[in-house]
Design a protein around this ligand. Structure first.
Ligand SMILES: O=C(O)COP(=O)(O)O
Ligand SMILES: [Mg+2]
Length: 227
């Protein structure tokens, strides 16, 4: 039997240019165990991906702020403090960096994401002044202002509970700081070669290959192991 998977999306199931790698559509539809898409992106993105993979919509979105499993959605993060931080950031002249039509935050329920072009120094200063309940996470794709109480790892524990699986039955693959909590609870963890230092340090194994090359190599190895 292949193991259940907890897969990050950006940097892990994508190409270097940010597209979903076509191998995702070959390897995941028939994976014979639960597949959890665990992402910093807003809820509709992983739901859409799961849907078009023909899989159960088992997702962790917004870095653990929203979890959907077994047809039930749990909104776990509190948006109030993150939104207040971003409001204060704006008052001090900060710009989220997405332009006028911001689809990045349009469906975001528990946190706020800023472009990597945003003023990181100002953002971190404002977030630090807000106290310990809010943190800034740099995924390499965006800065996320989120409450410290939620994480992908806690989301995976919740998904595991619903599915009758212990978190350490999952194999996790990821590429950044927001995957560290997943790696901490999964039984086996892999950082793709493009991963940031935090993910590399937290992973059991750092892969030689980047992006979906790395992820595909893990999936092939897991499949071979199960035969
Ligand atoms: O939305 C982001 O910033 C990163 O998304 P990811 O967690 O799927 O890599
Ligand atoms: Mg990622």
């Amino acid at each position: 039997m292949v193991p259940p998977l907890a897969l990050d999306i950006d940097g892990t199931l994508t190409t270097a240019s940010g597209r979903i790698d076509a191998r995702v559509f070959e390897l995941l539809p028939d994976w014979d165990a639960p597949v959890v898409l665990a992402t910093g992106k807003a809820f509709p993105y992983p739901v859409a991906l799961a849907h078009f993979l023909g899989r159960a919509e088992t997702v962790i979105a917004e870095n653990g702020g929203v979890v959907h499993v077994d047809g039930e959605t749990a909104v776990l993060g509190d948006p109030e403090a993150p939104r207040a931080v971003v409001e204060a950031f704006r008052e001090r002249g900060g710009d989220l960096g997405w332009g006028a039509r911001d689809t990045v935050n349009r469906w975001r329920e528990t946190e706020v994401a800023l472009s990597l072009d945003a003023d990181e120094t100002l953002l971190r200063e404002v977030a630090a002044a807000a106290g310990g309940d809010v943190e800034v996470v740099d995924t390499g794709y965006a800065y996320h202002v989120k409450s410290t109480g939620v994480s992908k790892g806690r989301g995976l524990e919740r998904v595991g509970d619903a599915l009758g699986l212990a978190p350490d039955e999952f194999v996790a693959v990821g590429d950044s700081e927001n995957d560290v909590s997943t790696f901490a609870v999964a039984g086996e963890s892999y950082a793709v070669a493009n991963a940031d230092v935090a993910a590399r340090d937290a992973a059991d194994t750092v892969l030689a290959e980047s992006y979906m090359d790395g992820t595909a190599s893990v999936l092939e190895e897991l499949r071979a192991r199960s035969e």
